[in-house]
Design a protein around this ligand. Sequence first.
Ligand code: PHE
Length: 386
Amino acid sequence: MRKKWMGLLLSAVMVTGLVAGCGSSTGSDSKEIKIGANFELTGGVANFGKQTVNGIMLAFKEVNEAGGVNGKKLVLVQADNKSEPSEAANAVTKLITQDKVSAVLGPVTSSDVLATLQIGQDNKVPIITPTGTNPNITVDNGQVRPYAFRGCFIDPFQGQVMANFAAKTLKAKTAVIYIDSSSDYSKGLSESFEAAFTKNGGQIIGKEAFLQKDQDFKATLTKIKGMNPDVVFIPAYYEEVGKINKQARELGITVPLLGTDGWDDSKLVEIAGAAALNNGFFSNHYSPEDKDPRVVKFVEAYKKEYNEAPSALAALGYDTALMLIDAIKRAGSDDPGKIRDALEKTKDLQVVTGVLTLDENHNPVKSAVVIEMKDGKQVFREKVNP
Ligand code: PHE
């Protein structure tokens, strides 16, 4: 009796499963194209995830209002990866196997992205990070990963931009590098900064490390102060960078503090205070001050939608959504494999952060900007072409 019940129950579950499976599949007769969003919506870098999703949603809204893609509406299915690599892997698995999305956008940070790539590859669904800059995301041991793409420049370029800025513009001869050793992003940038800075005749006189979620950096900062470098390079994210800059200034470190795109968040000013950030410089993907008509139009539309200025993350989210939409149009299909093939051929696509052409390693070749923090405001310093 009991066995029979179990059997009945099991088949009921299976039938429901099948029906649900059918209902959620993106068959070609469906009126929707489902795209997954695997982002940091809570946890350490929640602001990053939220802004990127805002950028994506704006692009989807504009395209849907103009009639959609190939006659279908774009639907964004969101999953929160809690700013953790293991959760990012769970989120992508759910989006691909349960929601049956045609492609996945995200995550933001390099370590989170890296944790998802094998799953995309195994299921043959493209994963496109708008923002992950670590080179290993698209190339693994010299081999391009067929299902991995990105919408931004890579860290060897970004590290070089800041090393050149330190050596040439700031005339620095010595530097200390202070990294988050729990982050692939931070570790990669340390290497590329060092290579370019020493090539310029500069010297790295110290390397120090912290961990994500650390609160008190004073012991290490005191040590760094004793080394008396011309600049300190801190390639990390706003939460820790904010605290480090604040504590560095409290300890009397007055030299320029340098960073990278991970500094780009309004929370940085909240955490560090405007004054501590003066004499701070970082590389980024665009400046909302840019007078390029595309930038002006985007900034206006974004402000109208969200009542705040778009960060580089919002711009990259928007641009990467446009890159995916362009690929779906050219593919003429929402089949993940066909979208992958079309993504690979992305060429001369005009977007907010520049012109998107993917190289043979699935990386866009794009310019960077250097931003100076002045009294809590981001001020555009220079644009650097690759
Ligand atoms: N580039 C960062 C990473 O790879 C993410 C990031 C991009 C953060 C842009 C802020 C702005 O981890």
